[in-house]
Design a binder for this molecule. Sequence first.
Ligand SMILES: Cc1cc2nc3c(=O)[nH]c(=O)nc-3n(C[C@H](O)[C@H](O)[C@H](O)COP(=O)(O)OP(=O)(O)OC[C@H]3O[C@@H](n4cnc5c(N)ncnc54)[C@H](O)[C@@H]3O)c2cc1C
Length: 408
Amino acid sequence: MHDVIIVGAGPAGSVLAALLAASGVKVLLLERESLPRRKPCGESLNPGAVAALARVLPAGKFAAIRSSMEHTLIHGWRLTSGKAELLAAFPAGQFGMACAREKLDYALALHACEAGAQVIEQMRVQRLIWEKGRVAGVVAYSAAGTHAEFRARLVIGADGIRSAVARCAGLSSFGPLRKTAFTARVSGVRVLQPRVELFTGRGIVVGLAPIGGGEANMTLAQLSGSGSAAALAASFNANARGKAPDTTEADNRAASVVSNVGRSAWLLGKAGELPELAERLQGAACIGEVLACGPFDRRVRATQQEGLLLIGDAAGYYDPLTGQGIYRALSSAELAAPLLLQALESGSDAPLVRFAAIQQSRFAPAIRLQKLIEWTSRHELLWQSALRGFGSLPAARSRLVAVIGDCL
Ligand SMILES: Cc1cc2nc3c(=O)[nH]c(=O)nc-3n(C[C@H](O)[C@H](O)[C@H](O)COP(=O)(O)OP(=O)(O)OC[C@H]3O[C@@H](n4cnc5c(N)ncnc54)[C@H](O)[C@@H]3O)c2cc1C
């Protein structure tokens, strides 16, 4: 039997698995997908996330991961809306990093393996096993449909925004469809800069981040309420030809290529409605699949139960606009590891209760600020005034970018 089962090999799950396994804990890491896998994301780690990786990985490991993949060091933000612009640099000596998520996540999962965790891919957790009022394991299905039961002293839900673990424990619910987002890799973008750029206007926000190798991540979301989220999703889907149920696998692959061509054109056209992007995207092309995602309001009633802990997005999520999710995923793994060790040694769940309280106090103020920024971004005139205001106040601007960058 394992000491700990971790569900989900994203940054939170893999880093926690590695930290625990390196301390001699018997860890089983279950991942639904075959790795490496793509994930809808702006693919930009803020300075807090970069610093967290440098802390949680053994000396030299992060440098080795970085040199094994294309990436760009990110030095700040550029926000534009109409004629308003805000340029903000991270504090001296601190930087973020943009890279292909599947490569980073794969490197972290490999690191968990090397540290001694057992990793099983293509194993989707569907249910929790309860014994005497405690979570005692999980029921999972392989890609071939084979059913398996795994038991452990503690189960960790690190399975992302749509966490099956949180749902099965009755801890989570979705809020309204406030926003949908579409994300793609784009080549041929003119004048890529070593910063995250956010363009707002015409009811949309578009993020650009250079991920190395001449490619950029482009993520587009609508800014207004649920009606336009649904309309945007419908417009995206109208650009895809559905798969007919009686077609062959080859037909389905061809249909999927056709639908992706339509979706790529739709995404580039939609982003190009913003004048600066129309110019910078001339001659640009999407590479690979356009991914769609939403809703984002994942509400969690509690992040802990007897025998169970939630970390990363599984512990609650609000919005991708400020690009802080990977930092929170890594930090929650870093915070959880010593408390899980204490819980295993003492046989008591008290450290897990403490973790839930620490996680709440660590992240709650930043989440409140994130909600304020996200709300402001939906009101064009207010947003433009905010950009101009912070642009003219260097101290306030530096403070804001340091907080959003989780630099403090
Ligand atoms: C559009 C968008 C843009 C974003 N941009 C940024 C950004 O630029 N910067 C940033 O810091 N953050 C960004 N985020 C947030 C960031 O992607 C997440 O916060 C981060 O990935 C959370 O990591 P995690 O390990 O908690 O979960 P995830 O990375 O989601 O990993 C969860 C893992 O669990 C697996 N899984 C799911 N269900 C099961 C199951 N039932 N059984 C087994 N395995 C399962 C999944 O396959 C996945 O591998 C963005 C999010 C979105 C939606």
